[in-house]
Design a protein around this ligand. Structure first.
Ligand SMILES: [Zn+2]
Length: 47
């Protein structure tokens, strides 16, 4: 399968079904399902 190839912002692994978040720097990042709690804790906003 040809994935998008996005890597998770936190664990740096290839995110299977990445969620889009906006970091506090204003940059859009991909976060895998496992790391969504980290993003929530860091007050990342959903795109
Ligand atoms: Zn991750």
């Amino acid at each position: 399968m040809f994935g998008i190839g996005k890597k998770c912002f936190f664990c740096r692994k290839k995110a299977v079904s990445p969620r889009c978040y906006v970091a506090d720097t204003g940059k859009q990042v991909s976060v895998c399902v496992h790391c969504v709690p980290y993003a929530e804790r860091r007050a990342f906003r959903k795109c």
